[in-house]
Design a protein around this ligand. Structure first.
Ligand SMILES: NC(=O)c1ccc[n+]([C@@H]2O[C@H](COP(=O)([O-])OP(=O)(O)OC[C@H]3O[C@@H](n4cnc5c(N)ncnc54)[C@H](OP(=O)(O)O)[C@@H]3O)[C@@H](O)[C@H]2O)c1
Length: 286
């Protein structure tokens, strides 16, 4: 049994899918009780609900598992505390194997959610556990947040320059690697950068979207104030807004890029391209 934390989110769902596809038994640890049934429907053998801050509940959930796949909630102010609770759960339940879902370039201090992940990585390396760290780039799936604007107005809005270069990765590819490092030997002690595309500007990204969708899509930089107003209306918390604004400012100045070689090797095939992702997204909407 593999214990997956943060199991009901975007990443958790993809990881459960990939583990279930390999026939792995999964215990999904979700946040709220109403997320238990959907996790079982997705293919988890067991599911339990609770907060990641509750180390004793985590120890109980971890009982009998052979490994933990730890996914912290996105942009959480509690990243380090949750990491500590998960290490305590692994140690308390006698589980040696732990895979951590980190992020590309956690060493960037200007982005607090990256920097927090670096602190967790450090804690894991000192934990004595058999640790693997996965560092995915920005998911292609993030584009779906602006999908309506893309289809209805032909505009892809981002709160940074249209020249900003990002290396993207398909979440399905990341989940496939997550499942494979849990299933095969040789990955304990490793840290893998997971990037699927060569660095692309937002202009290049919209060129691909235009080609695949068969209609013009242009990238438009919106102001951070406009983004923040929308995020506030949508109910995003202060910490998340503040942190993401720092990320957008960093992206604007430096982008976020990495190399594709590691992911290609781990998958044993080329990573999914942005064009393939966009074609799949368009077909799913139809
Ligand atoms: N998005 C990217 O491009 C990207 C790239 C690289 C790495 N990552 C990393 O991937 C991780 C997961 O991101 P995601 O976008 O998949 O997250 P997500 O969809 O926001 O899911 C987070 C999950 O955590 C749950 N949660 C919230 N507070 C909790 C708590 N106190 N205890 C237990 N569970 C709690 C949420 O439940 P509720 O529904 O109840 O809130 C939700 O199910 C993050 O650590 C992020 O940094 C993301």
């Amino acid at each position: 049994m593999i214990l997956v934390t943060g199991a009901s989110g975007k990443t958790g769902t993809a990881v459960i899918n990939a583990l279930a596809a390999r026939g792995e038994a999964v215990h999904a640890v979700v946040h709220r009780p109403e997320q238990v049934a959907p996790a079982i429907a997705l293919g988890a053998r067991r599911a339990s609900a609770g907060s990641m801050s509750d180390a004793s509940a985590l120890i109980q959930a971890a009982d009998g598992a052979r490994a933990i796949y730890h996914i912290c909630p996105n942009v959480s102010p509690h990243e380090v505390a949750f990491g500590r609770a998960v290490v305590a759960a692994a140690t308390g339940a006698g589980i040696r194997r732990l895979v951590f879902h980190s992020v590309l370039h956690p060493q960037i201090e200007a982005m607090p959610h990256h920097w927090d992940k670096l602190r967790v990585e450090e804690m894991l390396l000192e934990s004595g556990l058999d640790v693997t760290i996965l560092q995915p780039g920005a998911y292609m799936q993030n584009i779906m947040a602006g999908w309506r604007g893309i289809l209805e107005e032909g505009i892809y809005r981002i709160p940074y320059s249209v020249e900003t270069r990002l290396s993207l990765v398909d979440l399905g590819d990341v989940a496939e690697v997550a499942a494979s490092v849990l299933a095969s030997p040789g990955h304990a002690g490793a840290t893998y950068e997971l990037v699927g595309t060569t660095p692309s500007s937002q202009l290049e990204i919209t060129e691909t979207l235009s080609r695949v969708l068969g209609r013009p899509v242009r990238a438009e930089a919106e102001t951070i104030a406009a983004w923040e107003a929308r995020a506030r209306t949508a109910g995003m918390g202060d910490h998340q807004r503040r942190t993401l604004i720092r990320m957008f400012r960093y992206y604007d100045r430096h982008g976020l890029t990495g190399g594709t070689a590691v992911l290609r090797t781990l998958l044993g095939r080329p990573p999914r391209t942005l064009a393939e992702f966009a074609a799949g997204a368009a077909a799913a909407v139809r």
